[in-house]
Design a protein around this ligand. Sequence first.
Ligand SMILES: [Zn+2]
Length: 362
Amino acid sequence: MGLRETIREFMLAPAPSGYESCMAALLKARLEKHCDEVRIDRAGNCIGRIAGTASAPLRAMVFAHMDELGFIVRRVNPDGTIQVDRLGGIPEKALPGLEVLLRGEDGSWHPGVIGVKSHHATPAEEKYRVDPVTSVWIDIGAQSDSDVNRINIFAGCPAVYRPTFRELEGTRVAGTSVDDRGGCACLTDIAARLAAERPRCDVYIVGTVWEEFNLRGAMLAARAIRPDLALSLDVTLAGDTRDLAERFDVRLGEGPCVQLYSFHGRGTLNGAIANEPLFRLAKKAAGECAIPLQRFSALGLLTDAAYVQLEGEGVACLEMGFPARYTHSPVEVCDLNDIEGLSRLVSAMLVTLDDGYDLSRY
Ligand SMILES: [Zn+2]
C-alpha cells in the first residue's frame, strides 16, 4: 500500500490526545507486517521493533505522534448546545463554520457544527472580530441537554475537527491532522524499508500519544526503550505562503527537514538543539542518496523530542520532519514527496549507522 493510501487512512482516523487507540490499532496493523514485534504500552504508545544485526547494537528510536488537536466538552447547556475548551493549540480563528466530531463515553462518534452568527444580523463592528472558544458552541442538532446525554455525551468528552483528506494537484494533499499522520505514514514506510535492508542497530518505531496535550507520551516510550538516539518526525512550518515568506526558508516539495533549534518559553521552558553527530549523519545520508535537505529553526515551537532528550543519561536527539502549510488548521497542506524523502533519509541514516558511532556532543 502506497504512502498516499496510508496517509489517507491515518488522517481519517479521529484520535485526539488521550484517545489515540483507533490510530494505534491502524499503525500496529501496518507495523506488524514489517517489525519483529509490536506492542502497545499502558499509555497507548505503539512500539514496533526491528532487531539489528550487530552483536551489541545501538538502540535507535524513531517516533511520530499519533494524536491530534481537539476539544473537551466543558458544559452541556439546557438548550442542547455544547461548550468546549481547547485540547492543544486550536486556532480560534478557525472555529466559525467548523465541522466537528464528538466522542461519546461509549466510544461512538457524532457530528456537530460550530455556528456562525447569521451574516444578515452581524453588525459592522463584529465582522472582523475573532471570538474566543469560550463564546462559541457546538450544535449537534439536539434540543435539550437530555438529548445530548442520551447519546453518551457529557462534560469531559473529546471532539476533533471532522477528519478530512483531500487530494490536491500533483503530490500535495490537504486536510486535518497532516500533523502528524504524515509522520505516522512515514513510520510505516521506514519500517518496510528497514525490514528489507536490516540495519545493524536495533530500531524501535514508535507512534506516540499526548504530543498535542503535554508532549510527554514519547518520554514514557523512551523510558521503556532506553534508546541511545532518537529521531522525531513531525511537521515543520512551510514559509512558502504569502503570509510567511519573510519568516522561514522551508518550502513544500523541496525535501525533508532537519530542525536545528526549537524553543518554547511561555510556561514550558523547553526545546531541543540538534545533536551534531546525528545532524552530520543526516547530511551524509542525504548527500549519498541525493535527497535535498532543508534546515529549519523556530522559536515558539516544541515537539516531544524535547522531553525524550532528557531521559536516562541523555538521548541523542534529532528533530526531523516535512514542511506543512496552515498548521493546526483543518486544512493543513503537505507534499507527499517530502514525506517519501524523509522516509528514505531516515532509513539511509539508520542503515549506515554502525555500532561505534560517537553520539556525544563533545
Ligand atoms: Zn506535531
